[in-house]
Structures are given as structure tokens and as C-alpha cells.
Design a protein around this ligand. Structure first.
Ligand SMILES: Cc1cc2nc3c(=O)[nH]c(=O)nc-3n(C[C@H](O)[C@H](O)[C@H](O)COP(=O)(O)OP(=O)(O)OC[C@H]3O[C@@H](n4cnc5c(N)ncnc54)[C@H](O)[C@@H]3O)c2cc1C
Length: 447
């Protein structure tokens, strides 16, 4: 009988693993269990579906279950949820949601690709049906149905991480009155240093979003969010408080956990148990600058780690070198990006740092329509090694972060950055790219 691989979770990590395993092992019996209706979808596209730029949930699907079955012989079972995994007996208890039945599925190898779940604070009223988290496309479809039902008048987003900000803007675009409540004094407080984060506030306020910083939610009741400052009317609440790894299934099966209760894995995405892999948002990873295990939930990481797991299962050899925490978003007209460590994270990791923050333009200053851009660069004192960067600015700003991400991967110094032979013409940048202007500033700042 053919050996069987079971993948739990049918999105980025799980289906990347399944596809890679199929390429290398045509003989494998591959089953993918997905509790929702969609496979290989872009959760990153959800704010654009909510905002109306993308017409239908199906438009965010890269590959359907039928395509996996017909093109790759992967037995995708949608609306089948893995309820428990027995790693000694090598069986999974599966619930077939559609037909309300359960069955036991044997396996030789298993991949946990169960993703993450939105954090739900333990507050009175949190279980009300109009208080929603959004992580999967299934969540988004049901959120949209709720928004239609409530006619989407008053929407409160709780938490101003990047998902909260994107959702606040999306609901504004749908025509809702949006309030954004954040307990910290700035938005994106976990992503950026405060001096960079404050540069984002203006855009949302200009749109008419009621941005309430430093305000704690106390409870949800009778169509309102109650904070320390009073009641905010809400037909719908969207939680944007970050995510936690969906690791309970693996933990209950006896697999070791790592940071923030993510599934601990090695560089080949192998867990503590033989024949068991994990990838994507449910798994831990390695930070290449802090050199510590971390949990970072990003689509880029999920695709890459799923691929590595699949190659390993298929008998090949691949390793995932770890993350830099490179991330990018757009809040109204403001582009935001980061990579490596912020100043605060670098200090927490034990680095003594030099920092430069510059303000310049995205193109030569005489080009009509040029935009302001702020770059903050962090380097190690003494060695000059680049540790991280943050960018906030107008159109054409944020993708420059990739230059710094490449510099971090190559362990370059600020002098190396200054000397990089980057492309220049007036419509694209000044003769010194903004990243290089920041590097020059660090190099020339006397200690
Ligand atoms: C609104 C939003 C915007 C985002 N924007 C970006 C972005 O711009 N850039 C970026 O890099 N990342 C972004 N992300 C993060 C990115 O989407 C995730 O990192 C990525 O989807 C993780 O992939 P995954 O396969 O690990 O997990 P998921 O995409 O969460 O998929 C896990 C799947 O497993 C299924 N599942 C879970 N438990 C079981 C079970 N027991 N049985 C069967 N099935 C199960 C779930 O239904 C789900 O479909 C965004 C996320 C959201 C929610």
C-alpha cells in the first residue's frame, strides 16, 4: 500500500507542502484536510475584498480543491476538520462538517499547517456574534455577510496593528462610520518605533476615521463598545489585536511548543516527533538578526516554510534560514514598511545601536508629484552592521525596504549600504537613494 501524507490546513503552508511533496513523490497518497470551503487563498487580499476592490471571495483563490485533485492528485477534503491526532497510532479523528459524520484517517507523515487565530481578549460580551476576528477567507465571507445584515453603519475596529488599520480603511471604503480603538499611544506599536508610527495617524483621521489612541476597551454590550471614555456605537466589531498560533491540535498530540505556543520546528520544519512537520503561522521560526526563535505570522514565511517541509517529506533537502520580519502595508496614501529589528527590539536583543532618521523625497525634489519619505535605519555600534530599517512615506516609498532586507541577509554594514550601486534617474529617487541617505547620516554622526 502507498505511504500516506496528511496535510492539516489547506492554505499557504499546507498546500505548498502538499505540492512540493507531490512533485518529488508521485507514489505518495496525499490527503489535505481543510475545515473551510476554500484552499490556497490570499488572506492578505481580504481587506481589498471587504473594501470592494475585489468582487468575490473566489477571486482570492489561487487554486481550487478541484484543481488540486485533477492536476496534482491531491485528495483535498474541504469542510473536513481534524479534531485530534494520535501520533502513536498514526491516526487522525476527522469531522466531515457537511455530512455530520466522523471517521478515522491513518497516516505515515503529517504536516500541521493550521495557521493562526485572531486574539480574542477575555472581556464581557466578547462572544457576541457581531464581534468578529478575521483570519481565513471563510471568516471574511461570514464577516461580509454580517456587514450586509447590519447594513454596515457603525463599525469599530479594536486594535491598530496592520490588519486593524487595513480593515478600518476597508470598512470606510464600504461607506461605514469607522472608529479605531487602540490601547497604546500609537498605531502599529508592535511593528514600528513610536517616532515612526506617529507619522501614520494623519491619513486615517483625514479620511474621517475616529482614531482613539490610549483608550482601553472594557466590554461589548447592546450594539456598543464600552471604553474608559464612554460608549461607541457598533453594528459590527472587528478584532485587530494580533494573532496566536493555532497550535492546540499539535500540542494536544504531544508535539513540543516554542515561542508564544507556536509549534517548535528545526530548519527543515521538522517537529519534535518523527514524521511530523509544521509550517506557516502555526509554527515557530528563527530570527536571522536577533538569532532567537520567534513567532512571526506572515504569508511570505508560510509559503516558504511549507515549501521546505514538502521538499523534506519528498526526500529532498531544503532548509529555511529564518526571517527578518520584513513587512509592508499601505494606510490610506501612506506606505509603511519595516525589516530586521526596530530600535526597541535591537535594545531588547542586547545590541548597542546607532540610529539615523531622515526625511527626504521619493524622487528628485524637482519632479512634480514627489512625495515625502521618512527612513529610520538602525545599526550596531562599533561594527556598523545594519540591524533594521523602517520606512513611512508617500507612493514609491515602502518597497525600498527590500534593499535593506537584502543588506541584512548579507550582513552588510552601513558603509556597504552607502557604496551599493543602486539605480538612479530623477523620476525614481535622488542621486543618493533615501536608504543611502540614512546610511550616510549614521556614518557621519560623531559619537
Ligand atoms: C487580513 C489579513 C491581511 C494579511 N496581509 C498580509 C500581507 O499583506 N502580507 C503578508 O505577508 N501576510 C499577510 N497576512 C498573513 C497571511 O495571510 C498569513 O501569514 C498566511 O495566510 C498564513 O498561512 P498558513 O497557511 O500558515 O495559515 P492560514 O492561512 O491561516 O491557513 C490555515 C488553514 O488551516 C485551516 N485549519 C485550521 N485548523 C484546521 C483543522 N483542525 N482541520 C482542518 N483545517 C484546519 C484553516 O481553516 C485555514 O484555512 C494577512 C492576514 C490577514 C488575516
Amino acid at each position: 500500500m502507498a505511504e500516506r501524507l496528511v496535510v492539516i490546513g489547506g492554505d499557504a503552508a499546507g498546500m505548498s507542502a502538499a505540492s512540493q511533496a507531490r512533485r518529488r513523490r508521485p507514489d505518495l497518497d496525499i490527503v489535505a484536510l481543510e475545515k473551510g470551503r476554500f484552499t490556497s487563498y490570499s488572506a492578505c487580499g481580504i481587506p481589498y475584498l471587504v473594501g470592494g476592490e475585489v468582487g468575490r471571495a473566489e477571486d482570492l483563490v489561487a487554486r481550487t480543491p478541484e484543481e488540486f485533485r485533477s492536476k496534482q492528485r491531491i485528495d483535498v477534503r474541504i469542510r473536513h476538520e481534524a479534531m485530534a491526532v494520535d501520533l502513536d497510532a498514526r491516526t487522525i479523528d476527522v469531522r466531515d462538517v457537511e455530512h455530520e459524520r466522523s471517521y478515522s484517517l491513518g497516516f505515515d507523515f503529517v504536516v500541521f499547517g493550521t495557521g493562526a487565530v485572531p486574539i480574542r481578549p477575555d472581556l464581557p460580551g466578547i462572544d457576541a456574534p457581531w464581534v468578529r476576528g478575521v483570519q481565513t477567507l471563510e471568516d471574511a465571507a461570514s464577516l461580509l455577510a454580517e456587514a450586509e445584515r447590519s447594513r454596515c453603519r457603525d463599525v469599530v475596529v479594536v486594535g491598530a496593528g496592520y490588519i486593524g488599520l487595513e480593515m478600518a480603511e476597508a470598512f470606510h471604503r464600504r461607506g461605514a462610520q469607522v472608529a479605531l480603538v487602540e490601547g497604546a499611544p500609537t498605531v502599529m506599536g508592535r511593528t514600528l518605533d513610536a517616532d515612526m508610527a506617529v507619522r501614520i495617524h494623519g491619513g486615517l483621521r483625514d479620511l474621517g476615521v475616529d482614531v482613539r489612541l490610549g483608550e482601553q476597551v472594557e466590554r461589548f454590550e447592546d450594539g456598543a463598545v464600552v471604553t474608559g471614555s464612554g460608549r461607541i456605537p457598533a453594528d459590527l466589531v472587528v478584532l485587530g489585536l494580533g494573532v496566536a498560533p493555532a497550535s492546540a491540535l499539535a500540542a494536544d498530540a504531544g508535539v513540543e511548543l516554542g515561542p508564544r505556543r507556536s509549534v517548535a520546528v528545526d530548519r527543515r520544519q521538522r517537529t519534535s516527533v518523527d514524521g511530523v512537520w509544521a509550517a506557516g503561522d502555526c509554527a515557530s521560526t528563527w530570527h536571522r538578526v536577533s538569532e532567537r526563535p520567534v513567532h512571526i505570522a506572515l504569508g511570505t514565511v508560510a509559503n516558504k516554510t511549507g515549501r521546505v517541509a514538502g521538499i523534506d517529506i519528498g526526500g529532498g533537502y531544503a532548509t529555511f534560514p529564518g526571517v527578518l520580519g520584513t513587512a509592508i502595508t499601505k494606510v490610506c496614501q501612506t506606505e509603511v514598511a519595516r525589516t530586521g529589528l526596530t530600535e526597541r527590539e535591537a535594545a531588547d536583543a542586547g545590541f548597542a545601536v546607532d540610529v539615523a532618521t531622515i526625511e527626504t523625497t521619493t524622487t528628485a525634489s524637482y519632479i512634480p508629484g514627489t512625495q515625502r519619505v521618512h527612513v529610520k535605519l538602525v545599526s550596531e555600534q562599533g561594527t556598523g552592521r545594519v540591524l533594521g530599517a523602517q520606512i513611512v512615506g508617500g507612493t514609491g516609498s515602502a518597497k525600498r525596504i527590500d534593499t535593506v532586507a537584502a543588506a541584512l541577509a548579507g550582513r552588510l554594514t552601513v558603509t556597504d549600504l552607502v557604496d551599493l550601486d543602486l539605480a538612479y534617474a530623477p523620476p525614481f529617487s535622488s542621486v543618493w537613494d533615501p536608504i543611502q541617505q540614512a546610511a550616510r547620516q549614521i556614518r557621519t554622526t560623531p559619537r
